[in-house]
Design a protein around this ligand. Structure first.
Ligand code: NAI
Ligand code: MG
Length: 359
Protein backbone atom coordinates (compact mmCIF):
# COMPACT_ATOMS: atom_id res chain seq x y z
CA UNK A 1 0.00 0.00 0.00
CA UNK A 2 1.27 3.46 -0.87
CA UNK A 3 2.08 5.40 2.30
CA UNK A 4 1.58 9.14 2.43
CA UNK A 5 4.46 11.35 3.54
CA UNK A 6 3.94 14.99 4.42
CA UNK A 7 6.82 17.45 4.31
CA UNK A 8 6.36 20.61 6.41
CA UNK A 9 9.32 22.89 5.69
CA UNK A 10 8.28 25.52 8.26
CA UNK A 11 10.34 28.63 8.94
CA UNK A 12 13.90 29.94 8.96
CA UNK A 13 16.32 27.31 7.67
CA UNK A 14 13.43 24.81 7.54
CA UNK A 15 12.86 25.08 3.77
CA UNK A 16 16.60 24.80 3.04
CA UNK A 17 17.18 21.66 5.10
CA UNK A 18 13.95 19.87 4.19
CA UNK A 19 14.75 20.46 0.51
CA UNK A 20 17.88 18.33 0.91
CA UNK A 21 16.10 15.69 2.99
CA UNK A 22 13.33 15.51 0.38
CA UNK A 23 15.90 14.61 -2.27
CA UNK A 24 16.90 11.60 -0.16
CA UNK A 25 13.24 10.64 0.25
CA UNK A 26 12.84 10.82 -3.52
CA UNK A 27 15.92 8.61 -3.94
CA UNK A 28 14.33 6.03 -1.63
CA UNK A 29 11.17 6.24 -3.70
CA UNK A 30 13.22 5.57 -6.83
CA UNK A 31 14.56 2.46 -5.09
CA UNK A 32 11.07 1.10 -4.64
CA UNK A 33 9.87 2.65 -1.39
CA UNK A 34 6.13 2.92 -1.97
CA UNK A 35 5.41 6.48 -0.85
CA UNK A 36 3.57 9.54 -2.05
CA UNK A 37 5.10 12.87 -0.99
CA UNK A 38 3.05 15.99 -0.30
CA UNK A 39 3.92 19.37 1.20
CA UNK A 40 2.13 21.66 3.63
CA UNK A 41 2.38 24.88 5.58
CA UNK A 42 3.05 25.00 9.31
CA UNK A 43 4.17 27.63 11.78
CA UNK A 44 5.01 31.17 10.71
CA UNK A 45 4.87 30.19 7.05
CA UNK A 46 1.26 29.11 7.57
CA UNK A 47 0.45 32.18 9.66
CA UNK A 48 1.62 34.46 6.85
CA UNK A 49 -0.77 32.83 4.38
CA UNK A 50 -3.72 31.70 6.50
CA UNK A 51 -3.46 33.79 9.68
CA UNK A 52 -2.98 30.66 11.79
CA UNK A 53 -0.05 28.34 12.45
CA UNK A 54 -1.93 25.08 11.86
CA UNK A 55 -4.43 25.49 9.00
CA UNK A 56 -7.19 22.89 8.71
CA UNK A 57 -5.75 21.76 5.40
CA UNK A 58 -2.37 20.98 6.98
CA UNK A 59 -4.00 19.13 9.86
CA UNK A 60 -6.02 16.98 7.45
CA UNK A 61 -2.88 16.14 5.47
CA UNK A 62 -1.01 15.37 8.69
CA UNK A 63 -3.71 13.00 9.88
CA UNK A 64 -3.61 11.14 6.58
CA UNK A 65 0.19 10.86 6.53
CA UNK A 66 2.11 7.87 7.86
CA UNK A 67 5.20 10.01 8.31
CA UNK A 68 5.62 13.77 8.64
CA UNK A 69 8.95 15.46 8.06
CA UNK A 70 9.23 18.85 9.75
CA UNK A 71 11.98 21.43 9.33
CA UNK A 72 11.46 23.83 12.22
CA UNK A 73 9.06 26.60 13.16
CA UNK A 74 9.36 30.06 14.66
CA UNK A 75 11.53 33.12 14.46
CA UNK A 76 11.68 36.79 15.44
CA UNK A 77 9.31 37.76 12.65
CA UNK A 78 6.44 36.12 14.56
CA UNK A 79 7.54 36.83 18.13
CA UNK A 80 5.34 39.93 18.27
CA UNK A 81 2.12 38.04 17.59
CA UNK A 82 0.16 38.84 20.74
CA UNK A 83 -2.39 36.04 20.55
CA UNK A 84 -0.35 33.12 21.95
CA UNK A 85 -2.59 30.63 20.14
CA UNK A 86 -1.36 32.00 16.82
CA UNK A 87 2.35 31.67 17.53
CA UNK A 88 4.26 29.31 15.21
CA UNK A 89 5.14 26.81 17.97
CA UNK A 90 1.42 26.31 18.64
CA UNK A 91 1.21 24.77 15.18
CA UNK A 92 3.78 22.16 16.15
CA UNK A 93 2.13 21.46 19.51
CA UNK A 94 -1.20 21.17 17.71
CA UNK A 95 0.07 18.44 15.38
CA UNK A 96 1.59 16.51 18.29
CA UNK A 97 -1.63 16.76 20.27
CA UNK A 98 -4.05 16.04 17.43
CA UNK A 99 -2.10 12.96 16.36
CA UNK A 100 -1.40 11.81 19.92
CA UNK A 101 2.36 11.63 19.34
CA UNK A 102 3.26 10.58 22.87
CA UNK A 103 6.52 8.72 22.24
CA UNK A 104 9.47 11.04 21.65
CA UNK A 105 12.70 9.34 20.58
CA UNK A 106 15.80 11.48 21.01
CA UNK A 107 19.02 9.74 20.04
CA UNK A 108 22.32 11.24 21.16
CA UNK A 109 25.06 9.82 18.99
CA UNK A 110 28.66 10.95 18.73
CA UNK A 111 30.07 10.40 15.31
CA UNK A 112 33.68 9.30 15.63
CA UNK A 113 34.61 11.96 13.06
CA UNK A 114 33.13 14.68 15.30
CA UNK A 115 34.13 13.53 18.80
CA UNK A 116 36.35 16.58 19.26
CA UNK A 117 33.27 18.84 18.94
CA UNK A 118 32.03 17.79 22.36
CA UNK A 119 32.70 19.89 25.44
CA UNK A 120 33.60 16.64 27.22
CA UNK A 121 36.87 14.77 26.78
CA UNK A 122 36.81 12.78 23.53
CA UNK A 123 37.29 9.47 25.37
CA UNK A 124 34.14 10.10 27.42
CA UNK A 125 31.96 10.60 24.35
CA UNK A 126 33.66 8.67 21.53
CA UNK A 127 31.19 6.03 20.41
CA UNK A 128 28.38 7.46 22.52
CA UNK A 129 24.99 6.08 21.45
CA UNK A 130 22.08 6.82 23.80
CA UNK A 131 18.38 6.76 23.05
CA UNK A 132 16.23 8.92 25.29
CA UNK A 133 12.55 7.98 25.23
CA UNK A 134 10.54 10.94 26.48
CA UNK A 135 6.81 10.95 27.17
CA UNK A 136 5.52 13.88 25.16
CA UNK A 137 1.80 14.44 25.64
CA UNK A 138 1.31 14.22 29.41
CA UNK A 139 2.93 15.10 32.70
CA UNK A 140 3.33 18.53 34.22
CA UNK A 141 3.25 20.36 30.88
CA UNK A 142 -0.38 19.38 30.39
CA UNK A 143 -1.74 18.57 33.86
CA UNK A 144 -4.86 20.35 35.17
CA UNK A 145 -5.44 22.44 37.19
CA UNK A 146 -2.85 25.01 36.25
CA UNK A 147 -2.64 28.77 36.41
CA UNK A 148 -1.68 31.88 38.29
CA UNK A 149 -4.17 33.20 40.83
CA UNK A 150 -4.52 35.19 43.99
CA UNK A 151 -4.60 33.24 47.25
CA UNK A 152 -4.50 34.86 50.71
CA UNK A 153 -3.40 38.19 49.35
CA UNK A 154 -0.56 37.00 47.14
CA UNK A 155 -0.27 35.52 43.70
CA UNK A 156 0.55 31.84 43.33
CA UNK A 157 1.52 29.92 40.23
CA UNK A 158 0.75 26.21 40.01
CA UNK A 159 0.89 23.23 37.69
CA UNK A 160 -0.14 19.64 38.14
CA UNK A 161 2.21 16.73 37.60
CA UNK A 162 -0.05 13.84 36.68
CA UNK A 163 0.31 10.54 34.81
CA UNK A 164 -2.25 7.78 34.50
CA UNK A 165 -1.10 4.20 34.75
CA UNK A 166 -1.99 3.62 31.09
CA UNK A 167 0.06 6.62 29.96
CA UNK A 168 3.07 5.28 31.84
CA UNK A 169 2.54 1.78 30.50
CA UNK A 170 2.43 2.81 26.84
CA UNK A 171 5.63 4.85 26.99
CA UNK A 172 7.21 2.07 29.06
CA UNK A 173 6.46 -0.44 26.32
CA UNK A 174 8.00 1.82 23.67
CA UNK A 175 11.15 2.00 25.79
CA UNK A 176 11.36 -1.72 26.58
CA UNK A 177 10.90 -2.59 22.91
CA UNK A 178 13.56 -0.06 21.97
CA UNK A 179 15.97 -1.60 24.50
CA UNK A 180 15.28 -5.05 23.04
CA UNK A 181 16.36 -3.79 19.62
CA UNK A 182 19.46 -2.09 21.01
CA UNK A 183 21.82 -2.84 23.93
CA UNK A 184 19.16 -4.48 26.20
CA UNK A 185 19.61 -1.92 28.95
CA UNK A 186 16.82 0.40 30.09
CA UNK A 187 17.24 3.10 32.73
CA UNK A 188 14.01 4.64 33.99
CA UNK A 189 14.51 8.14 35.37
CA UNK A 190 12.19 9.48 38.08
CA UNK A 191 12.11 11.35 41.35
CA UNK A 192 10.44 8.60 43.34
CA UNK A 193 12.02 9.81 46.59
CA UNK A 194 9.89 12.98 46.41
CA UNK A 195 7.08 12.74 43.85
CA UNK A 196 4.18 10.28 44.17
CA UNK A 197 3.49 10.39 40.45
CA UNK A 198 6.93 8.93 39.85
CA UNK A 199 6.47 6.27 42.55
CA UNK A 200 3.65 5.05 40.33
CA UNK A 201 5.93 5.47 37.29
CA UNK A 202 8.55 3.20 38.89
CA UNK A 203 5.91 0.63 39.91
CA UNK A 204 4.59 0.39 36.35
CA UNK A 205 8.11 -0.02 34.90
CA UNK A 206 8.74 -2.83 37.42
CA UNK A 207 5.43 -4.48 36.51
CA UNK A 208 6.31 -4.46 32.79
CA UNK A 209 9.86 -5.76 33.28
CA UNK A 210 9.05 -9.51 33.44
CA UNK A 211 7.48 -9.25 29.96
CA UNK A 212 10.88 -8.20 28.62
CA UNK A 213 13.20 -10.69 30.35
CA UNK A 214 16.10 -9.91 28.00
CA UNK A 215 16.12 -6.25 29.09
CA UNK A 216 17.96 -5.18 32.22
CA UNK A 217 15.86 -2.48 33.95
CA UNK A 218 17.41 0.01 36.34
CA UNK A 219 16.11 3.17 38.02
CA UNK A 220 17.80 6.49 38.64
CA UNK A 221 16.71 9.75 40.29
CA UNK A 222 16.70 12.60 37.81
CA UNK A 223 19.29 14.69 39.65
CA UNK A 224 21.71 11.78 39.64
CA UNK A 225 20.88 11.09 35.99
CA UNK A 226 21.91 14.65 35.12
CA UNK A 227 25.23 14.10 36.89
CA UNK A 228 25.82 10.69 35.35
CA UNK A 229 25.08 12.02 31.87
CA UNK A 230 28.01 14.39 32.06
CA UNK A 231 30.25 12.14 34.20
CA UNK A 232 30.02 8.86 32.28
CA UNK A 233 27.41 9.08 29.50
CA UNK A 234 28.36 5.79 27.90
CA UNK A 235 26.84 3.84 30.82
CA UNK A 236 23.41 4.51 29.26
CA UNK A 237 21.68 2.64 26.45
CA UNK A 238 17.95 3.50 26.51
CA UNK A 239 16.62 6.04 29.02
CA UNK A 240 12.88 6.43 29.62
CA UNK A 241 11.37 9.36 31.46
CA UNK A 242 8.45 11.77 31.68
CA UNK A 243 7.86 14.91 29.69
CA UNK A 244 9.67 17.52 31.79
CA UNK A 245 12.66 15.44 32.89
CA UNK A 246 12.96 14.20 29.31
CA UNK A 247 12.91 17.73 27.93
CA UNK A 248 15.88 18.69 30.07
CA UNK A 249 17.89 15.46 29.91
CA UNK A 250 17.50 15.07 26.15
CA UNK A 251 18.82 18.58 25.55
CA UNK A 252 21.75 17.90 27.87
CA UNK A 253 22.45 14.61 26.09
CA UNK A 254 22.25 16.37 22.73
CA UNK A 255 24.92 18.82 23.83
CA UNK A 256 27.25 15.96 24.80
CA UNK A 257 27.62 15.28 21.11
CA UNK A 258 28.62 18.89 20.45
CA UNK A 259 26.73 19.06 17.18
CA UNK A 260 23.14 20.24 17.33
CA UNK A 261 23.03 20.14 13.53
CA UNK A 262 23.45 16.35 13.56
CA UNK A 263 20.62 15.20 15.81
CA UNK A 264 17.31 13.82 14.53
CA UNK A 265 14.19 13.01 16.54
CA UNK A 266 10.94 11.13 16.21
CA UNK A 267 7.53 11.51 17.84
CA UNK A 268 5.27 8.49 17.49
CA UNK A 269 1.78 7.39 18.38
CA UNK A 270 0.47 3.89 19.06
CA UNK A 271 -0.19 3.13 15.40
CA UNK A 272 3.39 3.95 14.39
CA UNK A 273 2.41 7.18 12.70
CA UNK A 274 5.13 9.70 13.40
CA UNK A 275 6.53 13.16 13.02
CA UNK A 276 10.26 13.43 12.37
CA UNK A 277 12.34 16.55 12.84
CA UNK A 278 15.80 17.79 13.67
CA UNK A 279 16.36 18.65 17.35
CA UNK A 280 17.45 22.16 16.50
CA UNK A 281 15.23 25.15 15.79
CA UNK A 282 14.77 27.40 12.78
CA UNK A 283 18.18 29.11 13.22
CA UNK A 284 16.98 32.55 12.03
CA UNK A 285 20.54 33.87 12.42
CA UNK A 286 21.70 31.86 9.40
CA UNK A 287 18.43 31.44 7.46
CA UNK A 288 18.61 32.10 3.75
CA UNK A 289 22.40 31.87 3.62
CA UNK A 290 22.59 28.31 2.33
CA UNK A 291 24.99 27.25 5.09
CA UNK A 292 22.70 25.30 7.47
CA UNK A 293 23.56 21.71 8.25
CA UNK A 294 20.93 19.45 6.64
CA UNK A 295 22.21 16.24 8.27
CA UNK A 296 19.88 16.24 11.30
CA UNK A 297 16.94 16.44 8.91
CA UNK A 298 18.37 13.80 6.59
CA UNK A 299 18.91 11.54 9.62
CA UNK A 300 15.30 12.25 10.61
CA UNK A 301 14.29 10.70 7.28
CA UNK A 302 16.27 7.62 8.28
CA UNK A 303 14.33 7.45 11.54
CA UNK A 304 11.08 7.76 9.60
CA UNK A 305 12.07 4.83 7.41
CA UNK A 306 12.94 2.75 10.45
CA UNK A 307 10.04 3.56 12.77
CA UNK A 308 7.09 4.42 10.53
CA UNK A 309 7.80 2.85 7.14
CA UNK A 310 9.39 -0.44 8.14
CA UNK A 311 12.32 0.08 5.78
CA UNK A 312 15.36 -0.46 8.02
CA UNK A 313 17.71 -1.29 5.16
CA UNK A 314 17.11 2.06 3.47
CA UNK A 315 17.42 3.77 6.87
CA UNK A 316 20.80 2.15 7.38
CA UNK A 317 21.84 3.15 3.89
CA UNK A 318 21.13 6.82 4.66
CA UNK A 319 23.04 6.62 7.94
CA UNK A 320 25.96 4.94 6.20
CA UNK A 321 25.92 7.64 3.50
CA UNK A 322 26.14 10.33 6.18
CA UNK A 323 29.05 8.48 7.79
CA UNK A 324 30.80 8.23 4.43
CA UNK A 325 30.47 11.96 3.76
CA UNK A 326 31.90 12.75 7.21
CA UNK A 327 34.73 10.28 6.56
CA UNK A 328 35.46 12.17 3.37
CA UNK A 329 35.98 15.33 5.44
CA UNK A 330 32.97 17.31 4.24
CA UNK A 331 31.47 19.63 6.85
CA UNK A 332 28.94 22.43 6.96
CA UNK A 333 30.21 25.48 8.84
CA UNK A 334 28.71 24.46 12.20
CA UNK A 335 30.78 21.25 12.40
CA UNK A 336 33.87 22.39 10.49
CA UNK A 337 37.28 21.97 12.05
CA UNK A 338 40.90 22.07 10.94
CA UNK A 339 41.60 19.91 7.93
CA UNK A 340 37.98 19.55 6.82
CA UNK A 341 36.29 21.00 3.76
CA UNK A 342 33.46 23.44 4.43
CA UNK A 343 30.46 22.98 2.14
CA UNK A 344 27.05 24.58 1.70
CA UNK A 345 23.69 23.06 2.59
CA UNK A 346 23.09 22.01 -1.01
CA UNK A 347 26.62 20.63 -1.48
CA UNK A 348 26.16 18.52 1.64
CA UNK A 349 22.87 17.27 0.19
CA UNK A 350 24.62 16.46 -3.10
CA UNK A 351 27.34 14.53 -1.27
CA UNK A 352 24.95 12.46 0.85
CA UNK A 353 22.85 11.66 -2.19
CA UNK A 354 25.92 10.58 -4.16
CA UNK A 355 27.13 8.41 -1.28
CA UNK A 356 23.63 6.93 -0.89
CA UNK A 357 23.57 5.98 -4.56
CA UNK A 358 27.13 4.62 -4.53
CA UNK A 359 26.74 2.34 -1.50
P1 NAI B 1 18.20 27.06 17.11
O1 NAI B 1 18.38 25.61 17.29
O2 NAI B 1 17.34 27.50 15.99
O3 NAI B 1 19.62 27.77 16.95
C1 NAI B 1 20.64 27.71 17.95
C2 NAI B 1 22.01 27.92 17.30
O4 NAI B 1 22.37 26.77 16.56
C3 NAI B 1 22.01 29.08 16.30
O5 NAI B 1 23.24 29.75 16.37
C4 NAI B 1 21.85 28.40 14.96
O6 NAI B 1 22.43 29.10 13.89
C5 NAI B 1 22.55 27.08 15.19
N1 NAI B 1 21.93 25.98 14.39
C6 NAI B 1 20.75 25.37 14.64
N2 NAI B 1 20.49 24.47 13.69
C7 NAI B 1 21.52 24.52 12.82
C8 NAI B 1 21.82 23.82 11.62
N3 NAI B 1 21.01 22.87 11.10
N4 NAI B 1 22.98 24.11 10.97
C9 NAI B 1 23.82 25.04 11.48
N5 NAI B 1 23.58 25.74 12.61
C10 NAI B 1 22.45 25.48 13.28
O7 NAI B 1 17.62 27.61 18.51
P2 NAI B 1 17.14 29.09 18.90
O8 NAI B 1 18.03 30.09 18.29
O9 NAI B 1 16.96 29.04 20.35
O10 NAI B 1 15.69 29.24 18.29
C11 NAI B 1 15.42 29.87 17.04
C12 NAI B 1 13.96 29.71 16.70
O11 NAI B 1 13.66 28.33 16.52
C13 NAI B 1 13.02 30.20 17.79
O12 NAI B 1 11.95 30.86 17.19
C14 NAI B 1 12.57 28.94 18.47
O13 NAI B 1 11.31 29.06 19.06
C15 NAI B 1 12.55 27.97 17.32
N6 NAI B 1 12.66 26.56 17.71
C16 NAI B 1 11.90 25.67 17.01
C17 NAI B 1 11.99 24.34 17.28
C18 NAI B 1 11.14 23.41 16.48
O14 NAI B 1 10.57 23.80 15.48
N7 NAI B 1 11.04 22.15 16.85
C19 NAI B 1 12.88 23.82 18.32
C20 NAI B 1 13.70 24.83 18.93
C21 NAI B 1 13.58 26.15 18.64
MG1 MG C 1 13.68 21.41 25.00
Amino acid sequence: MTQKILVLPGDGIGPEITAQASRILAACQARGLDIEIDEGLLGGAAYDVHGEPLPAETLEKAKAARGILLGAVGGPKWDKIEDLAKRPEKGLLGVRKQLGLFGNLRPAITYPQLASASSLKPELVAGLDIMIVRELTGGIYFGQPRGIEERDGERVGFNTYIYTESEIERIGRVAFEMAQKRGKKLCSVDKANVLEVTILWREVMERLAPEYPDVELSHMYVDNAAMQLVRAPKQFDVVVTGNMFGDILSDAAAMLTGSIGMLPSASLNESGQGMYEPCHGSAPDIAGQGIANPLATILSVAMMLRYSLDAPALAQRIEDAVGKVLDDGLRTADIASEGTRTVSTAEMGDAVLAAFEAL
